[in-house]
Ligand binder design. Structure first.
Ligand code: GLN
Length: 201
């Protein structure tokens, strides 16, 4: 059975562990380099990307994690996790570390104050309708040629500036969503990631 870790420095770690266990893998929290070395794939949870970035340095995980991503370890980032995996961040903190691996420009807190949090049904390539919960979420401002766009904010009349924005992407073994499938009990995105981990192993 595959072992999938959840980066457990800050954020909604427990929810991801539950979603992964429901997708039939061994799910383990990862806080130390030795724990990272033992997993076949890693989830980077939602939370606060600046805090997780700082803790990655403190826990000496930054370089080991960058190295594993370079080797092709499958990774899935939700929300703050998407920000950490992006090659470039707009409206980040200047001292915020990027793991990189996803050729996207991501905008932190993109949906703005008025719509701090909202929910929408998004059409997710290969999965169909996914109920998406956005919490101070980023959107993908632009994506490079090797990035597959998997979902966008629906173009409804009230979506305003958010209409059509990219909110789920995949590049090789790296998957990222602006929203939080770990909070809705919809296991499809986690199952997609688990399939990626199995295919890589
Ligand atoms: N705004 C947060 C950040 O910048 C992300 C929010 C979330 O993960 N729900 O990291």
């Amino acid at each position: 059975m595959s072992t999938v870790g959840v980066l457990a420095l800050q954020g909604d770690v427990r929810e991801h562990l539950v979603s992964l266990a429901e997708a039939d893998v061994l799910a383990r929290p990862v806080r130390r380099p030795e724990e990272l070395a033992e997993v076949d794939g890693l989830v980077l949870p939602g939370g606060e990307s600046t805090a997780i970035s700082r803790l990655l340095a403190t826990f000496e995980l930054l370089e080991p994690l960058r190295a594993r991503l370079k080797e092709g370890m499958p990774a899935y980032g939700s929300c703050a996790g998407m920000i950490l995996l992006a090659d470039r961040v707009l409206d980040g903190r200047p001292d915020q570390h990027q793991l990189g691996g996803l050729d996207i420009v991501v905008r932190r807190n993109a949906f703005g104050r008025q719509v701090d949090s909202f929910e929408a049904e998004v059409d997710f390539t290969g999965l169909g309708a996914v109920h998406a919960v956005f919490i101070r979420a980023p959107w993908v401002e632009s994506a490079g040629p090797d990035v597959e766009v998997l979902a966008r904010v629906p173009e409804t009349a009230d979506a305003g500036e958010a209409a059509g924005r990219i909110v789920a992407v995949r590049q090789g073994n790296v998957l990222a969503t602006s929203f939080h499938p770990e909070l809705t009990g919809d296991g499809n995105v986690h199952r997609l990631f688990v399939d990626m981990v199995r295919a890589a192993g």
